[in-house]
Design a protein around this ligand. Structure first.
Ligand code: ATP
Length: 320
């Protein structure tokens, strides 16, 4: 193996640049060449690739987003698309690929390995933290801190106006962002897709809080748990409290990566290259109890990541 490729795929996440930097520099350190593929699998199919050097990844460790850019590609879901992608890799003499992205990106990488013998290693990069076999994904910590910052600001205005705020955060299938930021931010209720909830209970909690003199309330809703607008309407009708809805949206994806995400990305990027040097393929990198580990990617994709119900319970106890 002389030359490896690296791409970012799926939704962007802060810290992806730190991971790209770690892959490029670790590979060069070990005498490998690195080809950077732009716009994920879409760019791979279109042949958007360039040889990278040490300075290609200079001055990016602190930047959000991904300098390689990212995309979703319908064509890559087809065997023809993947054949074209494999052809382009062969033309560039690339026989191994590091994919930084979410579970969809890992599924695509697995097919590329199975169908065309390209060696692949996956690095979990997504703000959602919804990938099994890793305690954290790159971007999650930064995202939680962004949401927390928003909660703090909204709390100021919520208190001043004695309002109830419903804050919708990302997480269509998973409530990690809502749970972590909600606990850190002292939200009164946290609504996530993993745990059934009753809006009537939320209303009763708000009324109890009001009766003991609470001036404001914050309810965090993961987008997969329901529409914040509908929830806000229901709560206002039932409580009569002045209620506002804030949908944080794409602000959650941006911003400089936290120290945690940069260190995580550096460790995972280096590990991915080490795995390739050891002749491994179809592995994903994860962090488990502070240790960087690797897992069979197909096996990992069959595992289910469970939200920590103890943390959910704790958030409820503390917001009683
Ligand atoms: P995020 O969690 O941020 O959404 P993701 O990697 O899960 O990231 P997806 O949009 O699911 O994001 O996948 C990214 C790309 O990977 C897709 O656009 C597609 O090109 C490829 N991909 C996803 N699933 C498959 C699959 N089952 N087969 C082949 N390719 C896939």
């Amino acid at each position: 193996m002389k030359r490896i490729g690296v791409l970012t795929s799926g939704g962007d996440a802060p810290g992806m640049n730190s991971a790209v930097r770690a892959v490029v520099r670790t590979a060069i350190y070990h005498g490998l060449e690195v080809v950077g593929i732009e716009r994920g699998y879409a760019g791979l199919i279109n042949g958007e690739m360039r040889l990278m050097n040490l300075s290609s990844v200079g001055d990016i460790v602190h930047r959000g987003g991904t300098v390689l850019r990212t995309a979703r590609s319908e064509a890559f879901r087809t065997p023809q698309g993947r054949a074209q992608a494999a052809d382009n890799l062969r033309k560039m003499e690339v026989d191994a690929l590091v994919v930084i992205g979410g579970d969809g990106s890992f599924r695509g990488a697995t097919l590329l390995a199975n169908e065309h013998g390209i060696k692949v290693i996956g690095i979990p990069g997504t703000i959602d933290n919804d990938i099994p076999c890793t305690d954290y994904t790159i971007g999650f910590d930064t995202c939680v801190n962004t949401v927390l910052d928003a909660i703090n600001k909204i709390r100021d205005t919520a208190t001043s106006h004695e309002r109830t705020f419903i804050i919708e955060v990302m997480g269509r299938r998973a409530g990690y962002i809502a749970l972590q930021a909600g606990l850190a931010g002292g939200a009164e209720s946290i609504l996530i897709p993993e745990v059934p909830f009753s809006l009537e209970d939320v209303v009763q909690k708000l009324l109890r809080g009001h009766a003991r003199g609470k001036l404001h309330s914050i309810i965090l809703v993961a987008e997969g748990a329901g529409s914040a607008l509908d929830i806000g309407k229901y709560i206002e009708e039932k409580t009569g409290f002045d209620t506002r809805v804030t949908i944080l949206g794409h602000i959650q994806r941006g911003g400089a990566p936290s120290a945690f995400d940069r260190v995580l990305a550096a460790r995972m990027g280096a590990k991915a290259v080490e795995l390739l040097l050891a002749g491994e393929s179809k592995k994903m990198v994860g962090i488990v109890s502070e240790q960087i580990k690797d897992f069979d990617i197909e096996w990992a994709l069959q595992q289910k990541k469970e939200i920590d119900l103890e943390v959910y319970k704790l958030a409820n106890i503390l917001s009683i």
